[in-house]
Ligand binder design. Structure first.
Ligand SMILES: [Zn+2]
Length: 385
Protein backbone atom coordinates (compact mmCIF):
# COMPACT_ATOMS: atom_id res chain seq x y z
CA UNK A 1 0.00 0.00 0.00
CA UNK A 2 1.51 3.35 -1.08
CA UNK A 3 1.24 6.67 0.70
CA UNK A 4 -2.12 8.43 0.90
CA UNK A 5 -2.80 12.13 1.38
CA UNK A 6 -6.15 13.26 2.81
CA UNK A 7 -6.18 16.95 1.92
CA UNK A 8 -8.38 19.99 2.31
CA UNK A 9 -9.94 18.64 5.52
CA UNK A 10 -10.92 20.27 8.79
CA UNK A 11 -8.93 17.94 11.01
CA UNK A 12 -10.49 17.70 14.48
CA UNK A 13 -8.80 15.49 17.04
CA UNK A 14 -8.61 15.89 20.84
CA UNK A 15 -7.21 19.39 21.41
CA UNK A 16 -6.77 20.06 17.67
CA UNK A 17 -8.95 21.91 15.14
CA UNK A 18 -7.17 22.71 11.87
CA UNK A 19 -8.96 23.99 8.79
CA UNK A 20 -7.68 23.21 5.29
CA UNK A 21 -5.33 20.71 6.83
CA UNK A 22 -3.92 17.52 5.34
CA UNK A 23 -3.02 14.11 6.73
CA UNK A 24 -0.29 11.94 5.28
CA UNK A 25 -0.81 8.21 5.76
CA UNK A 26 2.06 5.77 5.42
CA UNK A 27 1.86 2.02 6.04
CA UNK A 28 -1.52 2.38 7.73
CA UNK A 29 -0.39 5.04 10.18
CA UNK A 30 -0.58 8.83 10.30
CA UNK A 31 2.90 9.98 9.38
CA UNK A 32 2.26 13.76 9.38
CA UNK A 33 -0.49 16.36 9.79
CA UNK A 34 -0.05 19.54 7.73
CA UNK A 35 -1.53 22.94 8.55
CA UNK A 36 -3.03 25.26 5.95
CA UNK A 37 -0.18 26.73 3.91
CA UNK A 38 2.37 24.00 4.67
CA UNK A 39 4.05 22.49 1.66
CA UNK A 40 2.39 19.16 0.91
CA UNK A 41 4.30 16.07 -0.21
CA UNK A 42 3.68 14.81 -3.69
CA UNK A 43 1.70 11.59 -3.38
CA UNK A 44 -0.17 9.59 -6.06
CA UNK A 45 -3.11 8.59 -3.91
CA UNK A 46 -4.96 11.76 -2.84
CA UNK A 47 -8.39 12.11 -1.23
CA UNK A 48 -9.78 15.65 -1.40
CA UNK A 49 -12.10 16.11 1.60
CA UNK A 50 -13.39 19.39 0.11
CA UNK A 51 -13.54 21.07 3.49
CA UNK A 52 -15.27 18.19 5.29
CA UNK A 53 -14.48 17.18 8.86
CA UNK A 54 -11.85 14.50 9.46
CA UNK A 55 -12.18 13.04 12.96
CA UNK A 56 -10.69 9.95 14.60
CA UNK A 57 -12.69 6.87 13.61
CA UNK A 58 -15.32 6.23 16.27
CA UNK A 59 -14.88 3.52 18.88
CA UNK A 60 -18.16 2.08 20.18
CA UNK A 61 -17.72 -0.07 23.29
CA UNK A 62 -21.39 -0.99 23.62
CA UNK A 63 -23.55 -2.18 20.74
CA UNK A 64 -25.64 -5.27 20.16
CA UNK A 65 -26.57 -5.21 16.54
CA UNK A 66 -27.74 -3.58 13.33
CA UNK A 67 -29.47 -4.40 10.04
CA UNK A 68 -31.54 -7.22 11.53
CA UNK A 69 -28.55 -8.95 13.16
CA UNK A 70 -27.63 -9.31 16.83
CA UNK A 71 -24.24 -10.30 18.25
CA UNK A 72 -26.06 -13.17 20.02
CA UNK A 73 -27.50 -14.63 16.81
CA UNK A 74 -25.74 -17.90 17.53
CA UNK A 75 -26.76 -19.60 14.29
CA UNK A 76 -25.84 -16.69 12.01
CA UNK A 77 -22.09 -16.72 11.55
CA UNK A 78 -22.51 -13.80 9.14
CA UNK A 79 -24.02 -11.59 11.87
CA UNK A 80 -20.81 -10.01 13.15
CA UNK A 81 -19.66 -9.11 9.64
CA UNK A 82 -23.06 -7.53 8.83
CA UNK A 83 -22.92 -5.50 12.05
CA UNK A 84 -19.31 -4.46 11.40
CA UNK A 85 -20.32 -3.28 7.92
CA UNK A 86 -23.23 -1.24 9.31
CA UNK A 87 -21.04 0.30 12.03
CA UNK A 88 -18.49 1.33 9.40
CA UNK A 89 -21.26 3.26 7.64
CA UNK A 90 -21.56 5.33 10.83
CA UNK A 91 -17.84 6.17 10.80
CA UNK A 92 -17.13 3.62 13.53
CA UNK A 93 -13.76 1.94 12.92
CA UNK A 94 -13.45 -0.18 16.09
CA UNK A 95 -16.04 -1.68 18.42
CA UNK A 96 -16.85 -4.16 21.13
CA UNK A 97 -19.65 -6.48 19.99
CA UNK A 98 -21.87 -6.64 23.07
CA UNK A 99 -23.74 -9.72 24.19
CA UNK A 100 -27.01 -9.93 26.10
CA UNK A 101 -27.98 -11.84 29.23
CA UNK A 102 -28.40 -15.23 27.56
CA UNK A 103 -27.40 -18.84 28.22
CA UNK A 104 -23.74 -19.89 28.40
CA UNK A 105 -24.19 -22.02 25.28
CA UNK A 106 -25.39 -18.99 23.31
CA UNK A 107 -22.47 -16.90 24.58
CA UNK A 108 -20.04 -19.61 23.48
CA UNK A 109 -21.47 -19.61 19.96
CA UNK A 110 -21.47 -15.80 19.84
CA UNK A 111 -17.80 -15.76 20.92
CA UNK A 112 -17.00 -18.26 18.14
CA UNK A 113 -18.72 -16.01 15.60
CA UNK A 114 -16.70 -13.04 16.83
CA UNK A 115 -13.48 -15.07 16.60
CA UNK A 116 -14.35 -15.99 13.00
CA UNK A 117 -14.86 -12.32 12.01
CA UNK A 118 -11.63 -11.30 13.73
CA UNK A 119 -9.70 -13.44 11.25
CA UNK A 120 -10.39 -10.96 8.43
CA UNK A 121 -11.85 -7.74 9.98
CA UNK A 122 -12.81 -6.35 6.58
CA UNK A 123 -15.11 -3.60 7.86
CA UNK A 124 -14.98 -1.99 11.34
CA UNK A 125 -12.45 -3.75 13.58
CA UNK A 126 -13.50 -5.83 16.57
CA UNK A 127 -11.24 -5.11 19.56
CA UNK A 128 -12.94 -7.69 21.77
CA UNK A 129 -16.24 -8.69 23.34
CA UNK A 130 -18.29 -6.71 25.86
CA UNK A 131 -20.36 -9.11 27.99
CA UNK A 132 -23.41 -7.12 29.16
CA UNK A 133 -24.51 -9.52 31.85
CA UNK A 134 -25.39 -12.18 32.68
CA UNK A 135 -24.13 -11.18 36.16
CA UNK A 136 -26.60 -8.35 36.69
CA UNK A 137 -29.27 -7.51 39.26
CA UNK A 138 -32.51 -9.30 38.30
CA UNK A 139 -34.47 -6.28 39.57
CA UNK A 140 -32.69 -3.97 37.09
CA UNK A 141 -32.86 -6.01 33.91
CA UNK A 142 -34.38 -3.39 31.64
CA UNK A 143 -34.67 -5.33 28.41
CA UNK A 144 -32.36 -8.14 29.53
CA UNK A 145 -34.04 -11.46 30.17
CA UNK A 146 -34.14 -12.16 33.96
CA UNK A 147 -34.41 -15.89 33.23
CA UNK A 148 -30.72 -16.00 32.26
CA UNK A 149 -29.30 -13.86 35.09
CA UNK A 150 -26.62 -15.62 37.17
CA UNK A 151 -24.04 -14.87 39.89
CA UNK A 152 -20.66 -13.32 38.93
CA UNK A 153 -18.51 -16.18 37.66
CA UNK A 154 -14.97 -15.49 36.45
CA UNK A 155 -14.70 -19.07 35.22
CA UNK A 156 -17.43 -18.43 32.67
CA UNK A 157 -15.78 -15.16 31.53
CA UNK A 158 -12.40 -16.83 31.10
CA UNK A 159 -13.87 -19.74 29.15
CA UNK A 160 -15.32 -17.21 26.67
CA UNK A 161 -12.08 -15.20 26.72
CA UNK A 162 -10.26 -18.29 25.45
CA UNK A 163 -12.52 -18.37 22.38
CA UNK A 164 -12.30 -14.63 21.62
CA UNK A 165 -10.87 -11.86 23.82
CA UNK A 166 -13.33 -10.37 26.32
CA UNK A 167 -12.53 -6.69 26.95
CA UNK A 168 -15.42 -5.56 29.16
CA UNK A 169 -18.00 -7.12 31.49
CA UNK A 170 -21.10 -5.32 32.75
CA UNK A 171 -22.19 -6.67 36.12
CA UNK A 172 -23.98 -5.57 39.28
CA UNK A 173 -21.32 -4.92 41.96
CA UNK A 174 -23.77 -5.51 44.81
CA UNK A 175 -24.04 -9.17 43.87
CA UNK A 176 -22.22 -11.69 46.06
CA UNK A 177 -18.51 -11.62 45.28
CA UNK A 178 -18.89 -8.44 43.20
CA UNK A 179 -15.75 -6.68 44.45
CA UNK A 180 -13.57 -9.78 44.00
CA UNK A 181 -15.04 -10.24 40.53
CA UNK A 182 -14.00 -6.66 39.61
CA UNK A 183 -10.46 -7.37 40.85
CA UNK A 184 -10.27 -10.59 38.82
CA UNK A 185 -11.44 -8.80 35.67
CA UNK A 186 -8.68 -6.21 36.04
CA UNK A 187 -6.10 -8.93 36.69
CA UNK A 188 -7.12 -10.52 33.39
CA UNK A 189 -7.00 -7.28 31.38
CA UNK A 190 -10.79 -6.92 31.26
CA UNK A 191 -12.64 -3.68 32.10
CA UNK A 192 -15.24 -4.35 34.82
CA UNK A 193 -18.30 -2.15 34.44
CA UNK A 194 -21.09 -1.33 36.87
CA UNK A 195 -24.47 -1.68 35.19
CA UNK A 196 -28.01 -3.03 35.46
CA UNK A 197 -27.47 -2.42 39.15
CA UNK A 198 -29.47 -1.60 42.23
CA UNK A 199 -26.38 -0.78 44.31
CA UNK A 200 -26.23 1.88 46.96
CA UNK A 201 -23.04 3.95 47.11
CA UNK A 202 -21.89 1.79 50.04
CA UNK A 203 -22.53 -1.42 48.09
CA UNK A 204 -20.62 -0.03 45.11
CA UNK A 205 -17.60 1.21 47.08
CA UNK A 206 -15.80 -2.15 47.60
CA UNK A 207 -15.71 -2.76 43.82
CA UNK A 208 -14.49 0.81 43.27
CA UNK A 209 -11.75 0.18 45.83
CA UNK A 210 -10.70 -2.87 43.78
CA UNK A 211 -10.35 -0.72 40.66
CA UNK A 212 -13.76 -0.64 38.97
CA UNK A 213 -13.91 2.57 36.89
CA UNK A 214 -16.62 2.10 34.26
CA UNK A 215 -20.39 2.61 34.26
CA UNK A 216 -22.63 1.01 31.65
CA UNK A 217 -25.16 3.42 30.05
CA UNK A 218 -24.94 6.00 32.84
CA UNK A 219 -28.37 6.78 34.36
CA UNK A 220 -30.14 3.91 32.56
CA UNK A 221 -30.91 0.82 34.66
CA UNK A 222 -29.08 1.99 37.79
CA UNK A 223 -30.10 3.43 41.16
CA UNK A 224 -31.35 6.99 40.84
CA UNK A 225 -30.07 9.98 42.78
CA UNK A 226 -31.93 10.53 46.03
CA UNK A 227 -30.92 13.10 48.64
CA UNK A 228 -30.47 10.45 51.37
CA UNK A 229 -28.94 7.78 49.14
CA UNK A 230 -27.24 9.12 46.07
CA UNK A 231 -27.20 5.78 44.28
CA UNK A 232 -25.21 5.05 41.15
CA UNK A 233 -26.33 8.19 39.35
CA UNK A 234 -25.04 10.17 42.32
CA UNK A 235 -21.81 8.14 42.29
CA UNK A 236 -21.28 9.12 38.65
CA UNK A 237 -21.50 12.79 39.60
CA UNK A 238 -19.52 12.46 42.83
CA UNK A 239 -16.60 10.40 41.52
CA UNK A 240 -14.66 12.02 38.67
CA UNK A 241 -12.65 9.05 37.44
CA UNK A 242 -15.58 6.79 36.60
CA UNK A 243 -15.79 6.32 32.84
CA UNK A 244 -19.47 6.85 32.16
CA UNK A 245 -21.06 5.55 28.97
CA UNK A 246 -23.76 7.85 27.59
CA UNK A 247 -26.33 6.98 24.93
CA UNK A 248 -26.67 10.36 23.21
CA UNK A 249 -29.87 9.72 21.28
CA UNK A 250 -31.81 12.31 23.35
CA UNK A 251 -34.20 9.48 24.33
CA UNK A 252 -32.19 7.46 26.88
CA UNK A 253 -30.96 10.74 28.36
CA UNK A 254 -33.02 13.89 27.85
CA UNK A 255 -31.25 17.01 26.61
CA UNK A 256 -31.09 18.54 30.10
CA UNK A 257 -29.41 15.40 31.50
CA UNK A 258 -26.90 15.52 28.64
CA UNK A 259 -26.17 19.15 29.53
CA UNK A 260 -25.80 18.21 33.19
CA UNK A 261 -23.45 15.29 32.45
CA UNK A 262 -21.22 17.39 30.21
CA UNK A 263 -21.27 20.31 32.64
CA UNK A 264 -20.42 18.34 35.76
CA UNK A 265 -18.37 15.34 34.60
CA UNK A 266 -14.80 15.56 33.26
CA UNK A 267 -14.76 15.16 29.47
CA UNK A 268 -11.95 12.60 29.70
CA UNK A 269 -14.28 10.28 31.62
CA UNK A 270 -17.32 10.33 29.32
CA UNK A 271 -17.75 7.78 26.54
CA UNK A 272 -20.30 8.05 23.74
CA UNK A 273 -21.91 4.68 23.01
CA UNK A 274 -24.83 3.64 20.83
CA UNK A 275 -26.14 0.49 22.60
CA UNK A 276 -27.66 -0.11 19.15
CA UNK A 277 -29.96 -3.06 18.60
CA UNK A 278 -30.61 -5.18 15.54
CA UNK A 279 -33.31 -2.70 14.52
CA UNK A 280 -30.79 0.08 13.94
CA UNK A 281 -30.37 0.84 10.22
CA UNK A 282 -33.96 -0.48 9.72
CA UNK A 283 -37.29 1.37 9.27
CA UNK A 284 -40.07 1.94 11.84
CA UNK A 285 -42.48 -0.94 12.42
CA UNK A 286 -39.74 -3.58 12.56
CA UNK A 287 -40.52 -6.12 15.30
CA UNK A 288 -38.12 -8.66 16.76
CA UNK A 289 -37.22 -10.79 19.77
CA UNK A 290 -34.35 -9.97 22.09
CA UNK A 291 -33.21 -12.62 24.58
CA UNK A 292 -36.71 -14.09 24.29
CA UNK A 293 -38.51 -10.74 24.81
CA UNK A 294 -40.58 -9.02 22.09
CA UNK A 295 -39.42 -5.56 20.95
CA UNK A 296 -41.03 -3.14 18.49
CA UNK A 297 -39.47 -0.17 16.72
CA UNK A 298 -41.83 2.81 16.72
CA UNK A 299 -40.96 6.49 16.13
CA UNK A 300 -37.28 5.54 16.24
CA UNK A 301 -37.67 4.09 19.77
CA UNK A 302 -37.11 0.38 20.44
CA UNK A 303 -39.29 -0.66 23.37
CA UNK A 304 -40.42 -3.94 24.90
CA UNK A 305 -43.93 -4.80 23.72
CA UNK A 306 -44.73 -5.82 27.29
CA UNK A 307 -44.11 -3.09 29.88
CA UNK A 308 -42.66 -0.60 27.41
CA UNK A 309 -39.08 -0.51 28.77
CA UNK A 310 -36.52 0.97 26.41
CA UNK A 311 -34.67 -1.99 24.92
CA UNK A 312 -31.64 -0.19 23.55
CA UNK A 313 -31.22 2.31 20.78
CA UNK A 314 -31.19 2.79 17.04
CA UNK A 315 -28.55 5.51 17.31
CA UNK A 316 -25.79 5.94 14.76
CA UNK A 317 -22.61 7.01 16.54
CA UNK A 318 -21.88 9.89 14.13
CA UNK A 319 -25.33 11.29 14.98
CA UNK A 320 -24.60 10.81 18.67
CA UNK A 321 -21.59 13.12 18.35
CA UNK A 322 -23.74 15.62 16.42
CA UNK A 323 -26.34 15.51 19.22
CA UNK A 324 -23.64 16.28 21.80
CA UNK A 325 -22.32 19.23 19.81
CA UNK A 326 -25.86 20.60 19.31
CA UNK A 327 -26.97 20.15 22.93
CA UNK A 328 -23.93 20.88 25.09
CA UNK A 329 -22.40 23.66 22.96
CA UNK A 330 -18.80 22.79 23.72
CA UNK A 331 -16.06 23.06 21.08
CA UNK A 332 -15.81 19.99 18.87
CA UNK A 333 -12.06 19.68 19.52
CA UNK A 334 -12.91 19.12 23.20
CA UNK A 335 -15.92 16.82 22.89
CA UNK A 336 -14.44 14.72 20.09
CA UNK A 337 -12.47 12.71 22.64
CA UNK A 338 -15.69 11.17 24.00
CA UNK A 339 -16.28 9.29 20.74
CA UNK A 340 -12.92 7.56 20.45
CA UNK A 341 -9.84 8.51 22.46
CA UNK A 342 -11.36 8.03 25.92
CA UNK A 343 -12.41 4.52 24.95
CA UNK A 344 -8.98 3.76 23.46
CA UNK A 345 -7.21 4.88 26.64
CA UNK A 346 -9.37 2.71 28.88
CA UNK A 347 -8.83 -0.30 26.63
CA UNK A 348 -5.04 0.23 26.79
CA UNK A 349 -4.88 1.49 23.18
CA UNK A 350 -4.55 5.21 23.84
CA UNK A 351 -1.15 5.45 22.16
CA UNK A 352 -2.35 3.96 18.85
CA UNK A 353 -6.09 4.67 18.48
CA UNK A 354 -8.43 7.62 18.96
CA UNK A 355 -6.41 10.56 17.61
CA UNK A 356 -5.30 11.91 14.27
CA UNK A 357 -1.68 12.42 15.20
CA UNK A 358 1.71 11.21 14.09
CA UNK A 359 2.23 7.52 14.82
CA UNK A 360 -1.46 6.74 15.37
CA UNK A 361 -3.29 4.14 13.30
CA UNK A 362 -4.94 5.93 10.37
CA UNK A 363 -8.56 5.25 11.37
CA UNK A 364 -10.34 8.36 10.11
CA UNK A 365 -14.00 9.26 9.56
CA UNK A 366 -14.73 12.05 7.09
CA UNK A 367 -18.01 13.76 7.94
CA UNK A 368 -20.22 16.43 6.43
CA UNK A 369 -19.42 19.50 8.57
CA UNK A 370 -23.09 20.37 9.09
CA UNK A 371 -24.94 17.04 9.31
CA UNK A 372 -22.05 14.76 10.37
CA UNK A 373 -23.18 12.35 7.63
CA UNK A 374 -20.34 10.01 6.69
CA UNK A 375 -18.56 10.79 3.43
CA UNK A 376 -15.58 8.47 3.69
CA UNK A 377 -14.00 6.11 6.22
CA UNK A 378 -10.39 4.99 6.36
CA UNK A 379 -9.38 1.94 8.40
CA UNK A 380 -5.67 1.27 8.87
CA UNK A 381 -5.17 3.90 6.16
CA UNK A 382 -7.31 2.02 3.66
CA UNK A 383 -10.45 3.63 2.30
CA UNK A 384 -13.36 1.31 3.12
CA UNK A 385 -16.25 3.74 2.45
ZN1 LIG B 1 -26.71 -2.90 25.97
Amino acid sequence: MGDLLVKNARVVSPGVDMRKAAVLVRKGKVSAVYANGDELPSVKDVYDAKGALAVPGFIDVHLHGACGYDVCDEDSPEAIEAIAKAKLEEGCTSFLPTTLTVSHETLVKAARNVARYRRNQRYAKVIGIHLEGPFINPACCGAQNPGFVRKPDMGEVLSLNRISPVKMVTFAPEREGGAEFAALCIKNGIVPSCGHTGATLAEFSPAYAKGLRHMTHFCNQMTKLHHREIGMVGAGFLIDDLNTEVICDKIHLCEDMLRLVFKKRPLEHIQLITDSLRCSHLPDGYAFEMGGLKVMLKNGEARLVEGGNLAGSTLWINKGLKNIVDVVKLPLKDVVRVSSWNQAIELGLGKTLGRIAKGYTADIAVLDPKTFDVKAVFVNGERRI
